[in-house]
Design a protein around this ligand. Structure first.
Ligand SMILES: CCCCCCCC/C=C\CCCCCCCC(=O)N[C@@H](CCCCN)C(=O)O
Ligand SMILES: [Zn+2]
Ligand SMILES: [Zn+2]
Length: 478
């Protein structure tokens, strides 16, 4: 028996119904948040004025959150925020809801409206951060504010953590919050962060949108390759230059994809759950992976997104060399961004890369590296996963597939493995491929209705987390 079939206690539930006035206030609050340019430019440069202003802004917009006796607010790492919401039942393990308030830069070129205007147009709020990730920051505080106004008192304690440097790796925000909680002896039942969505139209054959909860996250290596040569006059060149040697090395890497890892991890379950949505004969292939896995492997590799789910990827992102047209270049440098599949490790990827490069003249400098995140439980007993699944079913009754997945990017949640084994990445919003391209791209926007639904989702989720686990026997057990 698990939590999967449990009934949510309906007694003393606060209905997720918001007045017209509240709905206007919630969208205006999001617009105001978008107008504060909390940009993380580079590890050396953030808009600290905007980050401080954001702190003042949430105090003003969510007065009840800041004045409730059982909520403690702390600023961490100067600009991140930690809210501790004390529940009435201390026997229940607390959980954490996580989001980040910094955004990537948004030069105005290509935008239909200025990226920090927060303008509403055709039912959408436009601007940098509307999907990544001020929608979550504001929806978390908004849902809590609305619950408190209705005299809500939680049973289960929880934390809301809002990082200010996720786009720069979260070392001053999420990591400090994690260390602070660890020092206080906190252990969490689970964490929910950004990192996946209700996916709509990502797989051409699958017509129905489905919810994907990411239960793991890829690791990463930032690797710099360097070749040094003695500089000299270009009129009498050596047979090879540092640029030629390095270009050949990275070309060999680009031509040699990392091994296919589809057989390991939660993706098998994802594909089996989606099998019935595919037309014949793909549905048969996916339902019989034991026989057709090699064929399915080739299908997955064809699409750049599903390819990213099944293997470690590499992207050559920087290449620098040369000082003058008639000078043999002294050094050439290439920086490669690897995203490591959960079935591989940093060490394995580095060994693979060195074997492919196979040239002693190429030096390797690891600038940053971390292993993939462990796979969080998603079985019937997994509280965080089951609460998400149940809330998806009640808020999005049209969604009948909820699958585990892998997050191909990195999130602040990776700093919390010391506090919990249950880390789930899911944003309760519909995401189409065009919306996905707007994240870190241009014309990022969220529909007003989508944002209201995100608030409703959190409003219900927080209450669901208070319910007693009441396993209901499966039908076949009766
Ligand atoms: C079989 C189903 C096919 C599904 C296709 C998946 C579609 C993609 C869906 C969701 C992916 C969302 C990833 C969002 C999280 C990324 C957050 C992010 O950009 N993080 C940065 C952190 C940078 C830190 C500084 N180095 C990153 O990863 O680069
Ligand atoms: Zn983000
Ligand atoms: Zn981002």
């Amino acid at each position: 028996k698990g939590l999967r079939g449990r009934e949510l206690q309906e007694t003393s539930r606060i209905p997720s119904k918001f007045s017209g006035e509240e709905r206007v206030a919630m969208k205006e609050a999001l617009k105001g948040a978008i107008q504060i340019p909390t940009v993380s430019f580079s590890p050396e440069e953030s808009n600290t004025t905007a980050l401080a202003e954001f702190g003042e802004y949430i105090r003003k917009v969510f007065p009840t959150v800041f004045s409730t006796s059982f909520i403690q607010h702390e600023t961490v790492g100067d600009y991140s925020h930690l809210f501790t919401v004390q529940g009435s039942d201390t026997s229940l393990q607390p959980y954490m809801l996580l989001a980040h308030l910094d955004v990537v830069p948004a030069p105005e070129e290509g935008w239909e409206v200025p990226p920090f205007s927060g303008l509403e147009h055709d039912g959408f709020i436009h601007g940098r951060g509307t999907l990544d990730n001020k929608n979550s920051v504001m929806a978390l505080l908004q849902a809590l504010e609305l619950l408190l106004i209705r005299n809500y008192i939680p049973r289960r304690s929880f934390f809301i953590a809002l990082g200010h440097d996720e786009e720069l790796s979260g070392m001053n925000g999420a990591q400090k919050i994690s260390a602070l909680l660890q020092a206080r002896g906190v252990q969490l039942a689970f964490i929910v962060d950004e990192g996946s969505f209700i996916l709509d139209g990502f797989i051409s054959y699958v017509k129905k949108p489905f919810a994907m909860i990411s239960v793991s996250e890829k690791g990463a290596i930032h690797l710099m390759l360097q070749v040094n040569m003695t500089p000299g006059h270009s009129s009498a060149p050596p047979k090879e230059t540092s640029i030629g040697i390095l270009a050949a090395a990275v070309s060999r890497l680009e031509q040699t994809p990392m091994p296919h890892m589809f057989a390991s991890g939660p993706l098998d379950i994802t594909m089996q759950q989606l099998a019935d949505e595919f037309p014949f004969p793909i549905n048969i292939l996916l339902s019989n992976l034991w026989l057709f896995r090699p064929l399915v492997n080739r299908l997955m590799e064809r699409n750049y997104l599903t390819n990213a789910l099944v293997r470690t990827t590499m992207a050559l992102t920087m290449f620098n060399a040369g000082v003058k047209v008639n000078v043999i270049p002294p050094a050439a440098q290439a920086t490669i961004n690897f995203r490591i599949h959960p079935a591989q490790t940093v060490r394995e990827v580095l060994e693979f890369v060195k074997d492919i490069v196979a040239d002693d003249r190429v030096q390797f400098h690891v600038l940053n590296a971390f292993d993939p995140l462990p796979i969080s439980p998603f079985d019937d007993q997994a509280l965080g996963y089951q609460l998400l699944r149940q809330t998806i079913q009640s808020v999005f009754p049209e969604i009948d597939i909820v699958t585990p997945g892998i997050c191909i990017g990195n999130t602040d949640s990776r700093h919390f493995t010391n506090l919990t084994t249950g880390i789930y990445r899911f944003n309760p919003i519909y995401m189409q491929p065009g919306d996905f391209r707007s994240v870190h791209g241009i014309n990022e926007k969220i529909s007003v209705q989508g944002y209201e639904t995100q608030v409703k989702f959190i409003f219900e989720f927080i209450q669901n987390a208070d319910s007693e686990a009441q396993p209901v026997p499966h039908l076949h057990e009766l």
